[in-house]
Ligand binder design. Structure first.
Ligand SMILES: [Zn+2]
Ligand SMILES: [Zn+2]
Length: 354
C-alpha cells in the first residue's frame, strides 16, 4: 500500500499536544491546567467490575498455588505465555498494526495474531482504534485512558466505566481502513468471541494437563495469573509511564521514560520517546531494555519483518535540544550536553596534538 499523505491534524493546543518538527514552540512554560478533564459523572459498568474482581481473586489464588502445589514446569510455562502474549501486544497490535512502524510477512502476522489473542485485550482492530485515539488526543477527554483522571482511571478504571462521548466522537474520525483491509485482522475481529476463549483460556489450561499431568486447578489458576499479570504490564504503560519518569525528548507532554515499566512490558516503557516518535519500530532509542525489539530484529533476520522505520540520530538530537527536559543522557565525549566543566577537566592520556 502506498504511504498515505500525512493527515494534518489540528493540534489540541500548543504546546500541550504532540509537537511536530515544523511546529513553533510558543512558550517555554509547561501549562499545568490545560485540558483538565470535565467533571462528568462516571458511569460504572458493574458487569466488568464483577468480572475483574473474580479474575483478580483467581489470579491471587494462582499465585498461592505456584508456591504450594503447582509444578515448576507450569510456572515456567506461565512465564513463557506471559512473554508471548506481551509480544502479541507490543510487536503486533502496537508496533505493527496500530502504528505501522514496520511490515510483516504472513507467517509472522499469524504468530502475532495468536499471541495477541492469547493476551485478550480485545481484537487488534479494536485495540488499535483505542490506541490511535490515545496518541492523537492524548490526555484530553477524547483519550480513552486519559492519565489526567489519575492513576487508577488510566490504569484499569477506564475499562470499568462507559467511554466518554468525546472518545466515541473522535474515535469515529480515526482512519482504520488500512487494518480493515487486512483479511486476517477482519477474521480475528469477526470471530474474536470464539477464538479468544480457546486461545487465551482453554488451550493454555489443557496443555499442562496433557503434557505433564498438571491438575486442572493448578493449570487454570496459574493461567489466569499469567493473564492478569500481562494485563497489568500493559496498563502500566498507560498509567505509570504517563506519570513517573523523565522527559528527555519532549517536556511538553506527560508520557515519560520509565525503566521498570519497560521491564514488565518488554520494552514499552520508553514512553516519552514513543509519543514523540510513534512511527519508530524500536519505540525507544537503541541500548534500552527492549525485548520486543530483540524479537522483531530476529524476525527481520529471516526476512519476516521488514521496512523497519526508525528515527535518525540527528533528528533525535535536534528534538532533545529543542524540547527535551535536559535529562537526556550524554552519549560520550563531545556530546552537546556534556558540561563545559566535565569537558575541560577530563584527563586525557597519550594525548597527541592533531
Ligand atoms: Zn501513551
Ligand atoms: Zn503507541
Amino acid at each position: 500500500m502506498p504511504p498515505r499523505p500525512r493527515e494534518k491534524q489540528p493540534l489540541p493546543s500548543l504546546p500541550t499536544g504532540p509537537l511536530n518538527e515544523c511546529d513553533d514552540i510558543v512558550t517555554d512554560k509547561i501549562p499545568q491546567d490545560t485540558y483538565e478533564p470535565d467533571d462528568r459523572p462516571i458511569d460504572i459498568v458493574w458487569r466488568n467490575v464483577v468480572v475483574f474482581v473474580i479474575l483478580h481473586s483467581v489470579a491471587l489464588y494462582g499465585l498461592y498455588l505456584c508456591f504450594i502445589s503447582a509444578m515448576w514446569t507450569t510456572t515456567i510455562y506461565g512465564i513463557l505465555l506471559y512473554q508471548m502474549s506481551a509480544f502479541g501486544i507490543t510487536g503486533g497490535a502496537h508496533r505493527l498494526w496500530a502504528h505501522r512502524s514496520y511490515k510483516a510477512k504472513w507467517p509472522l502476522k499469524v504468530i502475532l495474531l495468536i499471541c495477541q489473542t492469547l493476551a485478550h485485550q480485545n481484537s487488534v482492530i479494536e485495540w488499535s482504534r483505542d490506541h490511535r485515539v490515545h496518541h492523537k488526543f492524548q490526555e484530553t477527554d477524547a483519550d480513552p485512558h486519559n492519565a489526567k483522571r489519575g492513576f487508577f482511571f488510566s490504569h484499569m478504571g477506564w475499562l470499568l466505566c462507559k467511554k466518554h462521548q468525546e472518545v466515541k466522537n473522535k474515535g469515529k474520525g480515526v482512519d482504520m481502513s488500512d487494518l480493515y483491509a487486512e483479511p486476517l485482522l477482519r477474521l480475528q475481529h469477526k470471530y474474536f468471541l470464539v477464538l479468544m476463549p480457546i486461545v487465551c483460556f482453554v488451550l493454555p489450561t489443557i496443555i499442562p494437563m496433557l503434557l505433564w499431568n498438571e491438575t486442572f486447578m493448578n493449570a487454570y489458576c496459574v493461567n489466569i495469573l499469567r493473564y492478569i499479570c500481562a494485563l497489568h504490564a500493559t496498563w502500566l504503560v498507560n498509567s505509570a509511564a504517563h506519570m513517573w519518569g523523565s522527559k528527555p525528548y519532549d517536556k511538553f507532554i506527560n508520557p515519560v521514560e520509565n525503566r521498570l515499566v519497560s521491564f514488565f512490558a518488554i520494552g514499552e516503557g520508553w514512553h516519552n520517546y514513543h509519543h514523540t516518535f510513534p512511527w519508530d519500530y524500536k519505540a525507544a532509542e537503541f541500548g534500552r531494555i527492549n525485548l520486543s525489539l530483540t524479537i522483531i530484529n530476529l524476525f527481520a533476520k529471516i526476512g519476516w519483518a521488514y521496512d523497519l522505520k526508525t528515527v535518525s540520530k540527528e533528528m533525535i538530537e535536534k528534538r532533545v535540544t529543542r524540547t527535551g527536559d535536559g535529562s537526556h543522557e550524554i552519549w560520550g565525549w563531545g556530546d552537546k550536553d556534556q558540561t563545559k566543566e566535565n569537558y575541560e577537566s577530563a584527563v586525557i592520556y597519550n594525548k597527541k596534538d592533531e
